[in-house]
Design a protein around this ligand. Structure first.
Ligand code: HEM
Length: 305
């Protein structure tokens, strides 16, 4: 496994955690009026910022790993693909409006924007691998790629996000809210498992060592469900720590399983050449810039406290 692939998988898992909070958190705030919903509403703008920032690293790695496929799919979708940018901008401002006005209704604008972005990533993911159809797609001037696998992919991913949201939200939630989040997390896992059966039926399959990862994913989900049952029975007990550990393991195993069918079409590795110098320089400059930001934040904190 190349270092780019490992970093791609790790950073994609981080992106998925934040995205889960944003998508399911927006739905939760729309659906409920309680103290937890208010807390989530106020955290959503920050979490979207974190989700987008955490998306940059896997975006860079996926271009290294699947250069030709990624750029071709981008070009084929063209303006249709670029529509994710205004959708994110509208979603971002809607989250801020919800927080500033202390109202829920802007989330009715934000949520469809985020679902559109999620759909678009799945569409692009499938188009990247549909190379036999690229020429006909281009010749027909199509801008929307239709594949039988897109809906079941979302049927796996969106409910699984419920468990990610529940895990992050539960840490700062009151005991009664933790009980409700436990139910949401388990329901999400069950519906997502149904989605996985559908996805398999339309052709998603893994083999070889990826089967071991699939086994690890299933085992982690079973432990996670048991841990959520424990949280429901004893919301302040150690169940949440176990659910978080098992859920994180399930997320890591899931990103590996998701990637498995694409491993056969990875770009051949290129020698780094003189590129290492630019990389090392960027690493040092990036480290210094981050250190400077952290120092500035800490010193301004001291001034205001
Ligand atoms: C609220 C906004 C977003 C949502 C809801 C979202 C959702 C998703 C989903 C559902 C997937 C998995 C698609 C699949 O496997 O079928 C995905 C993958 C991905 N996302 Fe995001 N995403 C968001 C924003 C972003 C942004 C802004 C970036 C980049 C800066 C990004 C980078 C990525 C990358 C690189 C992948 C992997 C693509 C691949 O491997 O084919 N995402 N995202």
């Amino acid at each position: 496994m190349s270092i780019e692939l490992i970093l791609y998988l790790a950073t994609l898992a981080l992106h998925a955690a934040f995205v889960s909070y944003v998508v399911v958190g927006s739905a939760y705030v729309l659906a409920r009026r309680d103290a937890l919903a208010e807390q989530v509403r106020d955290r959503l703008p920050f979490m979207l910022g974190a989700a987008i920032t955490a998306g940059v690293a896997p975006l860079l790695f996926v271009q290294l790993l699947h250069q030709r496929r990624f750029y071709t799919a981008n070009l084929l979708l063209g303006p249709r693909w670029m529509a994710v940018v205004p959708a994110l901008i509208v979603g971002f401002y809607a989250l801020y409006a919800a927080k500033k006005l202390a109202r829920r209704w802007p989330l009715a604008i934000a949520l469809p924007c985020f679902l559109f972005v999620a759909y678009s990533w799945s569409e692009l993911h499938e188009l990247m691998q549909a190379d036999p159809g690229w020429a006909a797609f281009y010749a027909a001037g199509d801008r929307v790629f239709v594949a039988a696998t897109i809906a079941p992919r979302l049927a796996v991913l969106l409910p699984a996000m419920a468990s990610g949201f529940a895990t992050i939200a539960a840490w700062s939630a009151a005991a009664e809210d933790r009980r409700r989040l436990a139910v949401l997390a388990v329901l999400g896992r069950v519906v997502s498992a149904g989605g996985a059966v559908w996805l398999h039926a339309v052709g998603f399959a893994v083999s070889g060592s990826a089967l071991a990862w699939l086994g690890a994913l299933a085992a982690a989900v079973v432990v996670e469900i048991a841990a959520w049952a424990w949280v429901r029975a004893r919301p302040r007990g150690p169940g949440l720590t176990l659910a978080t550990g098992a859920g994180s393991g399930a997320l890591l195993a899931a990103v590996v399983v998701r990637e498995a069918p694409r491993l056969a079409v990875l770009e051949p590795e290129r020698p780094l050449g003189e590129g290492w110098l630019a990389f090392a320089l960027a690493l040092v400059l990036g480290g210094v810039a981050i250190g400077w930001v952290v120092k500035t934040v800490y010193s301004s904190d001291r001034l205001t406290s």
